[in-house]
Design a protein around this ligand. Structure first.
Ligand code: HEM
Length: 173
């Protein structure tokens, strides 16, 4: 997985829980406490998941809480700084989510080794969208956290529910 993901996680933990906790998490994940993740660097998926698991253990939070915190931080704080172009001309959760399949293809086109998730969009009714998640990584809880982050970013109130390991439902209010 691209280093941009653990880089964002590190920034979130340092800002909300302090540098010492982040150092401890790195060390207990078998990495140097001074590890710096570079955005386009390839990191073994298992190593990233180990850091996520250690984060949950040390901060005493569940994977779902970690995924929700990550999703909110990525969408509301981290991505607007480094990927501001993708926020231009998007004024609603719906516009933003519907652009995400193309955004992942575009962002990673020049990143060697990237295997971004793909999304398919199925409208069950006028206000109910199913996002089909296609990835070998099985990070559905992160998808849910990220979608909730988008809802928060646009200050809307839609209902986001995981309905299987490959599907997230969004009911637009
Ligand atoms: C401007 C906003 C965004 C950008 C630029 C972006 C970019 C990226 C990049 C570069 C990766 C790593 C891909 C790889 O290592 O192959 C990634 C992973 C991921 N992104 Fe995004 N992302 C954005 C927002 C979102 C949103 C809003 C969602 C959900 C609706 C999302 C869902 C995911 C998931 C679930 C992964 C984990 C990798 C996987 O499941 O295979 N992203 N994203």
């Amino acid at each position: 997985m691209k280093g941009v993901i653990p880089k964002c996680l590190g920034e979130l933990i340092v800002s909300k829980f302090g540098k010492d906790n982040w150092k401890k998490i790195l060390k207990e994940s078998g990495l140097s406490e001074n590890t710096l993740f570079m955005a386009v660097q390839d990191i073994d998926d298992a190593a990233v998941m180990k850091v996520v698991e250690t984060t949950c253990r040390i901060l005493n939070i569940t994977l779902i809480q970690a995924a929700d915190a990550f999703g909110e931080y990525w969408v509301c704080e981290f991505a607007p700084k480094i990927y501001s172009g993708y926020y231009k001309n998007k004024t609603t959760t719906k516009d933003f989510l519907l652009a995400m399949d193309a955004v992942h293809q575009k962002t990673t086109i020049n990143m060697a080794g990237a295997r971004p998730p793909r999304f398919e969009y199925e409208w069950k009714s006028d206000n109910t969208l199913i996002m089909h998640y296609k990835s070998h990584r099985g990070l559905i809880d992160f998808l849910v956290g990220l979608v909730k982050g988008v809802v928060k970013y646009f200050k809307e109130k839609h209902i986001v529910t995981k309905i299987s390991d490959t599907k997230v439902q969004i009911v637009f209010k």
